[in-house]
Design a protein around this ligand. Sequence first.
Ligand SMILES: [Zn+2]
Length: 336
Amino acid sequence: MLVTSKAILEASLRAHKEGRPFAVGAYNVNNMEQMQGIITAAQETKSPVIVQVSRGALKYAQDKYLINIINAAVELAPEIPVAIHLDHGNSMDAIKRAIDLGFTSVMIDGSLMEDSKTPSDFEYNVKITSEVVKYAHDRGVSVEGELGTLGGIEDGVGSGKTQLTDPDQAVEFVERTGVDALAISIGTSHGAYKFKGEPKIAFAIIEKTRQLLPDTYLVSHGSSSVPEEHLALINQYGGRMEAAKGVPLEALKKAIQYGINKINVDTDIRLAATGAVRKFLAENPEAFDPRAYLKASRAAIADEIKKRMEAFGTAGQAAAVPQWGLEEMKTAYKRN
Ligand SMILES: [Zn+2]
């Protein structure tokens, strides 16, 4: 069932308010096997899911391929609430294109200028985010903004500099823009190489922001765990990845307790897929059918995502999601 991300995140927010918090993972999709792995995990755990498309994905696969692959999953899994989300939209044109294609949710990353590398100022962020909110809400589409900048670089997104979110400024930002969801910078970072030592998550910032903004959905980007077993598997079968540290699942669980509703995961899917393909090809040197090793990657992706759906508490929550599609939200936004 196709829904807006507001529908899925509202289920998470209600659960937080009732003292049994869970968060929803947003998983990046670049090809058919990733989409199949994601939807299989959602079906096997009865989880709602946000599927997100980055600019890198659009460049790799073209938007028409991606939207049709995602829509096929929606059609084949009618019992699973699925939101189609644009990750790190950087311009009004990108937003319009995504909405025309049928995305039900968009992110406008106004923390960076349109080149997606230069940090922006607060007023630019407010202006572009407000414009996107007006355009998207008129069409029933929910909007995620970002305040503060994340370290790390992935798919060419990011300045590499970290600036943690100021909770008081977050209140002003949400009031002036009307965003549904807000990505906050809490010390996480994009990519596989996040931390030199132990990761430090600013739980106090989550707690304060949650207190000040009880009705805004809070998002954690750059939240892959970079599991050691995947790095080991990749290196065991001919890879050469340096030691890397992500955000441990335990830290993410704690972040959920403090108020996070949406957790973005991309790198972990890549690592799981690569480890499985390397292992398969090393063990089957005579194999030359792409279906054989892509099947291995698809299964590894599904396993990896299932672990997250269970850890984030999303498992079993599919039925808790209100059926808010674009039409319902168009009316609801108009009323406000
Ligand atoms: Zn991100």
